[in-house]
Ligand binder design. Structure first.
Ligand code: FAD
Length: 474
């Protein structure tokens, strides 16, 4: 056993861990990042789920498939004639892989540039803020850390009725690698990841059925926006079946035979491929020595306070492995906060202002409270809604499905939430995130000058609509 020593040892190099490591190094601390994922040459694969099998590759495929669908379905309306477009799936996958390589290579370079040491191996937190590292050959060493930041992330949840075989039944990672377009594709789970991956293959021509056990569609979203989103997806041909609980999936003759139950009884469907997207669980097993002092909550998340400190002194945890939305930007900002607190700065994170996005087309994006949450909390509120059908820019782009909805406090006018389904919703909602961080009222947004013609004008009009003063709707 050898012993090395750093001010900070980060376990995991996903967006929570690598950002924490870089920030800590920028603040003058000596930093090592332990990563278990390695390539065939034994080199660390950095970037975690997000860069390798999550946010980035899924967006690469979403963008490729969107361009294909536009060429096939939308160019004609602009007067553009194209012969029937074709899709070279291996070329699409190769482009995705190139982007992943570029970005993970970028993280490695940033580690070098900032003097972060990468240690390849599996990290385990020992008592007294020490980290045990086991390499691929089973060699064990102990790293002495002034502070430990656990950023071990999450894994897809598996369900017994549909065991992943990585050929016919896959999880989200496998769904990024189909070498050809499945004619019939089943997706278990109509949540964010299921909708994004279902959209990719649907745009390319798959007949997609999403089986969702819950009775409501996107229940965490504002109900009005979720309803509108459901209508738009239906128009696009996504077959979303709610209240459909999968009870069995069996591969026979190169097809997946799925049994599911609804209020009407047992149903059967056959697919060429099945994606299981029922959520993710924290990767907290085999991570903590029994005397580490770090505790888990009842769902297996590492227990932390508002500042991401665990119950063990000098041990922090950030990202998907702790409570809160499983989003890359949430993890990254937690990483920054923890690095700054270790360096003695009074950093904190505003958990009320974290945007969430579904990167379908159109996108669905939200920040803050939903209308149903405000009702349940008894908060007096007013709502302003503006449809993209009344936006000159959206019409010019032939992309006018959806709406912007802003919720503000009835008495103070302070913005409490914004919910958007529509073109560039992810970027538009960010404007309201900024406004909310500055404690803006809906009137503040209404009084600002927005460029014309822009999609942002829909945000302006929704803010005006909060007091019934939108210009471009009756
Ligand atoms: P991870 O990214 O999971 O990284 C954890 C790292 O820790 C991994 O590299 C793992 O190998 C390593 N590790 C684990 N245990 C150990 C150990 N004991 N020792 C050493 N190393 C260890 N989020 C968004 O915000 N936007 C999106 O558009 C988006 N799209 C997504 C699409 C898909 C298909 C998926 C699956 C996820 C998506 N997410 C998205 C979620 C996002 O990927 C996660 O929220 C994010 O990656 C979490 O970051 P993290 O650093 O906490 O963990």
């Amino acid at each position: 056993m050898s012993e090395q020593s750093y001010d900070v040892v980060v376990i995991g190099s996903g967006p929570a861990g690598y950002v924490a490591a870089i920030k800590a190094a920028q603040l003058g601390l000596s930093v090592a990042c332990v990563e278990q994922w390695q390539d065939e040459k034994g080199k660390a694969v950095v970037g975690g789920t997000c860069l390798n099998v999550g946010c980035i590759p899924s967006k690469a495929l979403l963008d490729s498939s969107h361009k294909f669908a536009e060429a096939r379905d939308d160019f004609a309306v602009h007067g553009i004639g194209v012969d029937k477009p074709s899709m070279d799936v291996p070329a699409m996958l190769a482009r995705k892989d190139k982007i992943v390589k570029q970005l993970t290579g970028g993280v490695s370079s940033l580690f070098k540039h900032n003097g972060v040491t990468t240690i390849v191996g599996r990290g385990k937190v020992l008592a007294g803020a020490k980290v045990e590292v086991t390499d691929a050959d089973g060699n064990v060493s102990v790293v002495d850390a002034g502070n430990v930041i656990i950023a071990a992330g999450s894994l897809p949840i598996e369900i017994p009725p549909a065991p992943v075989d990585n050929e016919y039944i896959v999880d989200s990672t496998g769904a990024l690698e189909f070498s050809e377009i499945p004619e019939k594709l089943g997706v278990i789970g109509a949540g964010v990841i299921g909708l994004e991956l279902g959209s990719v293959w649907s745009r390319l021509g798959s007949e997609v059925v999403l089986l969702e056990a819950l009775d409501s569609f996107l229940p965490m979203m504002d109900h009005q926006i979720a309803k509108e989103t459901g209508k738009i997806f239906k128009k696009q041909g996504l077959d979303i079946r709610l209240g459909a609980r999968v009870t069995a999936a069996e591969v026979k003759d190169k097809q997946v035979h799925v049994t599911y139950s609804t209020s009407d009884g047992e149903q059967h469907l056959t697919f060429d491929r099945l994606i299981v997207c029922v959520g993710r669980r924290p990767r907290s097993e085999e991570l903590l020595a029994s005397d580490s002092g770090v505790t888990l909550d009842e769902r297996g998340f590492i227990y932390v306070n508002d500042f991401c400190a665990t119950e063990a002194p000098h041990v922090y945890a950030v990202g998907d492995v702790v409570r809160g939305p499983m989003l890359a930007h949430k993890g990254s900002e937690e990483g920054v906060m923890v690095a700054e607190r270790i360096a003695g700065k009074p950093a904190q994170l505003n958990y009320d202002c974290i945007p969430s996005v579904v990167y379908t087309h159109p996108e669905v994006a939200a920040v803050g409270k939903t209308e149903q949450e405000l009702k349940a909390d008894g908060v007096p509120y007013k709502a302003g809604v503006f449809p993209f059908a009344a936006s000159g820019r959206a019409l010019a782009a032939n992309d006018s499905d959806g709406m912007v909805k802003i919720l503000a406090h009835e008495e103070t006018d302070r913005i409490l939430g914004c919910h958007i389904v529509g073109p560039s919703a992810a970027d538009l909602v960010q404007q309201v995130v900024i406004a909310m961080e500055f404690g803006s009222s809906a009137e503040d947004l209404a009084l600002m000058v927005f460029g014309h013609p822009t999609l942002s004008e829909a945000v302006h009009e929704a803010a005006l609509a909060v007091d019934g003063h939108a210009i471009h709707i009756a």
